[in-house]
Design a binder for this molecule. Sequence first.
Ligand SMILES: [Zn+2]
Length: 266
Amino acid sequence: MKQEIRLLQAAASALGFEPGPADGLWGPKTRAGLEALRDAHQGRWGDPVLQIGRALIDLGYLAEGPLSRVWTPELDRALGALIAADGLPRSGAVIEATTQPASPPLRPGHGNRLFQGGAGHLVQLFVIHTTATPGGWGHSRRNAELFAEIRRWHLANGWRDIGYHGVIFPDGEVIEGRPWGEIGAHVIGHNAGSLGYSMVPVRTITRMGAPEDFYTEATLSAIRGVIARACARTPITRIAGHNEFAAKLCPGFVVTPEDWAPAGWA
Ligand SMILES: [Zn+2]
C-alpha cells in the first residue's frame, strides 16, 4: 500500500500539486493535494497520469486494463473513491505483507478520528469474528478466491458488499473488505461506528476454546496488527468478540481486550 501512495504523491507533485513528501503515508496533506489535483485536473496529462492509474489499479479502485496519459472519467471516479476511503485499499485489494507499513505506535489521546457513513459515526469499537468455515476449508485454494467466495455469500444476503472490513487467512494474509469509512454488516445493532475483521479458522469451531485452538499464530499476529492500526487511526475504546453481542460462538473464544490491544492501550 505504501508504494502505491508514494507513487500517487510523486505523480501529484509532478503535476504541480502539493501532496506533501513522497513518503507513502496517507495524511491530511496527501488528501488535500490529491483533492486539489482532482478538482483541477483539466488539461493534466502525461506520465504522471499514467502512474496515478497504475497506483489506483494496485489499490483496487480501477479495473486492470490499458492505461491512459489523459485524465479519464474512470480515473477521476477511482481517485474520488480512494480519497473517500481515506487512502485505504478497496474491497478485495490485497495488502502485501511485505509492503504493509509497520503498525504505528499507539499514541494515547491522539487526535485521529475515523467516521463512518453519511451520518458520521465515530468509530470506537473493534469486533473480532470467525468465518465459521470448517477446518481445512479451501485448503488448496488461493486466499483471494476464498475471499471472493465469502463475499458472494454476503452478496447473497442482499448486502452490497462483503460485510467485514477484512478477512485474515491462516498464512497471515489480510484481505481488506469494506473501506473503513463505510459501515459494515457484521454485528447487528453495532455496525455503525465499528470495524469488523474475520479470521479463517484451521479447525472447525464447535465449542468455546482458546484462540490457539482454532487459529494459526500468523492469523493471530495479523489481527493484532490490524487492531493496532485501528487504534492509531481512531480512538477504539472497546475490543470485543461477536459473541458479546449475539448468542453465537463467534469467534470461538472470549476476547480479553488486553490480549489484543497494542501496548499503551487503555
Ligand atoms: Zn461474527
